[in-house]
Design a protein around this ligand. Structure first.
Ligand code: XIL
Length: 313
């Protein structure tokens, strides 16, 4: 089966999970425990849920995910600390001095990484630091208040909060060659040159059917060559409606190619799909007109994409 196959190749195979179905839907639980070796919280570890009001932390969702994982022998990928989306209003709308924002950052980082020290050993510390389609740093709260060194500061803080954790930058639009891919590589090279604690790069992998980059392996290898781990952290392959059998078969080859790319890169450690089934996928809501992006359909039946992943292993 998939988990054993993945492990025999030295990689993890993960899935993004939502708290509600994870605690109450048996079919959902079966997919997670039978086919994957790790979970990522799709939302519940994001800032707006963890600290909805200043100094008021809600651990119910994160605890549920971590407890489920522990009961079933699954690893947990931590997602995410600094991001421009899904921030609570008190944070995003606050007018902060640098010192104040640093304090807020430290409290949040200490609380989250501290609580799960030893149980969550991989964290997306900085999510999507570059603008959507270009080579510049995104103008997010952190950048505006702290300047471009916020990334190094966040990584150092996370390292202090949990010296054993593997710390990642997670990004999209870097899976194929281009200015954004090069900009991230330059940023990462600079961080490493300066001795900043950075251990991995997440390639989100939100692909459109028919345009999975041919050079995904090469792009990941660039980071492996720097001594970093890499993962495909949020894989899905969205198909323009309607998705027929032909598209699903072709999608299977795309899933296979992505897993193969990970196997071909020495330090690729995990491939995580972004959702348990097409019914739970973020795609229809966020990309109207697209569908069927994941390896299981809405009735938890495996699609060709699942077999595609297995074929690579
Ligand atoms: C998405 C979730 O899947 C949605 O449920 C939520 O409404 C918005 O965020 N990049 C990321 C993820 O790093 O956290 C995002 O997840 C998808 C894009």
């Amino acid at each position: 089966e998939l988990p054993a196959l993945a492990r025999s190749h030295g990689i993890g195979l993960g899935v993004a999970v939502a708290v509600d179905p994870l605690v109450r839907d048996g079919g959902y639980q079966d997919v997670v425990t039978s086919h994957y070796t790790s979970v990522t919280a799709e939302n519940t570890m994001k800032w707006e849920y963890v600290q909805p009001e200043r100094d008021e932390f809600d651990w119910s969702g994160p605890d549920a995910v971590v407890d489920f994982a522990r009961r079933h022998g699954l690893d947990v990928r931590g997602h995410t600390l600094l991001w421009h989306n899904q921030q609570p209003p008190w944070l995003s709308e606050g007018s902060w001095t640098g010192a104040e924002l640093r304090e807020v950052m430290r409290e949040h980082t200490d609380a989250l990484l501290g609580r799960y020290r030893g149980r969550i050993t991989t964290w997306d510390v900085v999510n999507e630091p570059l603008v959507d389609d270009g080579p510049r740093l995104r103008d997010n709260l952190w950048h505006r208040v702290l300047g471009e060194d916020y990334i190094a500061e966040a990584l150092r803080m996370a390292h202090e909060a949990d010296p054993g954790a593997r710390l990642y930058i997670n990004e999209f639009g870097i899976e194929g060659a281009g200015p954004k891919a090069d900009a991230l590589h330059a940023l990462v090279t600079d961080l490493l040159d300066r001795g900043v604690p950075l251990h991995g790069i997440g390639f989100q992998g939100h692909f459109v059917h028919g345009s999975v980059p041919e050079d995904l392996t090469e792009q990941m290898r660039r980071y492996s060559d720097l001594g970093l781990d890499v993962t495909v952290s949020e894989l899905d392959v969205r198909i323009p409606e309607p998705a027929g059998q032909e598209q699903l078969e072709e999608q299977a080859r795309e899933y296979r190619r992505v897993v193969q790319a990970c196997l071909d890169v020495p330090r690729c450690v995990n491939v995580t799909v972004w959702g348990v089934s097409d019914q739970h996928s973020w795609i229809p809501e966020w990309f109207p007109g697209y569908t069927a992006a994941l390896p299981f359909d809405g009735s938890y039946r495996p699609k060709p994409a699942l077999a595609g992943m297995a074929q690579a292993l």
